[in-house]
Design a protein around this ligand. Structure first.
Ligand SMILES: N[C@@H](CCC(=O)N[C@@H](CS)C(=O)NCC(=O)O)C(=O)O
Length: 222
């Protein structure tokens, strides 16, 4: 199937942003189909476009893949970002699933009432640091080669970069106490495809603004 892949999601980061980063890492050209209202989404659900009536969905190689992590693994295997040995592969898998999980509270954060945000952010930040950032800092300390797994870039590196960008958009100083994470971010930014994807005009999305929050609330939460 030679047609261009299509990513189905809203015109925002959400669960799809890590997929966009992996598509960029793989150098895969694709189109996006943006879900922008409840009526269209419900029609697509009724038509059976999405296996579990959920997005993101990636139409690629004649398949309609759902489940964020399944899409990510498919792309990682396709682009050789899954690690070399069985041991490397399970580490890439573990770290990547961890990063998807650690980002979810951050994805819900923009939808919280403004007056509750400071308190909610404290809770999110505590768990983010204790459970995840500490762990990834230690892993980078151990490998000491700028990569989480093996000695080349894997999906784990790509998703860590995306996750940290996301949380830095909430609190710019979030990795200030983590020298290895800071060095990791700096070295990722030197990579040509990363630089290109960080430029305006790429398929990267902005942090949720008021308009996006209102649209998504209407589509999924009302
Ligand atoms: N486990 C799924 C969760 C997907 C999910 O919750 N998607 C939301 C939007 S971000 C959705 O489509 N909700 C619509 C619904 O459940 O009716 C994944 O990781 O892809």
């Amino acid at each position: 199937n030679m047609s261009k892949p299509i990513l189905y999601y809203t015109d925002g980061r959400g669960r799809a942003e890590k997929i966009r980063w992996m598509l960029a890492a793989c150098g895969i050209d694709y189109n996006e189909s943006f879900i922008s209202n409840k009526v269209d989404f419900q029609r697509q659900q009724a038509e059976g476009l999405y296996l579990f009536k959920e997005i993101p969905m990636l139409e690629i190689d004649g398949m309609r893949i759902v489940q964020t992590v399944s899409i990510l693994r498919y792309l990682a295997r396709k682009g050789n970002f899954m690690g070399e040995t069985e041991k490397e592969q399970v580490l890439v898998d573990m770290y990547s699933v961890g990063m998807v999980e650690m980002t979810i509270p951050g994805l819900y954060f923009p939808f919280k009432p403004n007056d509750q945000k400071p308190q909610i952010w404290l809770g999110i930040k505590k768990e983010l640091k204790n459970k995840f950032l500490n762990a990834f800092e230690n892993i980078l300390q151990t490998t000491n080669n700028g990569h989480l797994v093996g000695n080349k870039q894997t999906m784990a590196d790509v998703l860590l970069f995306e996750s940290i960008i996301y949380f830095m958009d909430i609190e710019k100083e979030i990795i200030n106490e983590y020298p290895k994470l800071q060095a990791f971010m700096a070295s990722m930014k030197e990579i040509p495809w990363v630089q290109k994807f960080l430029q305006p005009g790429s398929k990267r999305k902005d942090f949720a603004d008021e308009k996006y929050v209102a649209m998504v609330t209407d589509i999924f939460f009302s």
